[in-house]
Design a protein around this ligand. Structure first.
Ligand SMILES: *Cc1c(COP(=O)(O)O)cnc(C)c1O
Length: 222
């Protein structure tokens, strides 16, 4: 996909988000589009920044450390989201670099993040990731463990913005989005990080506040 295409894709996706929001009587500015730039280099990212995109997502701390400090110097106002699994030993690096962490999913990580926040004096917004389909080998806390994990995260002083999930592949995602929305409501949380390239309009109609779109913006990953 050429870089010119990336800006055109951005416009099309923003229009799609606005259309989906309207069908649910929501305003498009209630939805933050996170451009998931994992595996894509600075030359692929710059056209989107030039087109006005400011929220970006990465899934590896080390990869993000390699490209974002320089891009941030070029353009102020970049907001970086970590959307991938986080090892506790990378918590401090993640807190130093990211403005939001969408993959808080276990007590040991809560502890590591709280320690890193005290040390760095930074408080990224945190989303608790829920294994919404109760799938084996999938990131996220079990639905049954969510109340206890949220309580721990709040006690530890994390700034909990909402919930995040990746529904099971190859099945209709709407019921999973609806379940995540209900869990967030039950726990008084406003943020809902859900919806990817294949299903973000559906997620927006069900209440997503953050959609995480990679392939539809950048093309396929190697
Ligand atoms: C890669 C990734 C995305 C983006 O996926 P696309 O299908 O390329 O839009 C969203 N969320 C998470 C957690 C990811 O790892």
């Amino acid at each position: 996909m050429s870089h010119d295409d990336a800006a055109a894709r951005l416009t099309a996706i923003q229009a799609e988000i606005a259309r989906a929001a309207a069908t649910a009587s929501r305003k498009p500015d209630e939805v933050t589009l996170i451009a998931v730039s994992k595996t894509h280099d600075a030359d692929a990212i710059r056209p989107l920044i030039a087109a006005g995109q400011r929220h970006f997502g990465e899934n590896r701390v080390q990869e993000a450390e390699g490209k974002w400090p320089a891009l941030r110097e070029e353009t102020p106002g970049i907001v970086l989201h970590l959307v991938g699994q986080l090892q506790s030993n990378k918590a401090e690096a993640a807190v130093a670099l990211f403005d939001a962490i969408h993959s808080v999913d276990r007590p040991s990580l809560v502890t590591a993040l709280a320690k890193a926040m005290d040390k760095t004096d930074r408080r990224p917004a945190c989303f608790v990731q829920v294994n919404i389909g109760d799938e084996e080998q999938k990131g996220g806390c079990a639905v049954a463990d969510l109340p206890a994990l949220l309580a721990e995260a709040r006690t530890a002083g994390l700034r909990i913005a909402g919930l995040m999930a990746v529904p099971p592949l190859e099945v209709e995602p709407a019921p999973y989005f609806a379940l995540l929305a209900r869990l967030a409501r039950d726990h008084g949380l406003g943020g809902l990080s859900m919806g990817m390239s294949g299903d973000y309009p559906t997620a927006v109609t069900i209440g997503a506040t953050h959609v995480r779109v990679g392939t539809a913006l950048f093309g396929g990953r190697a």
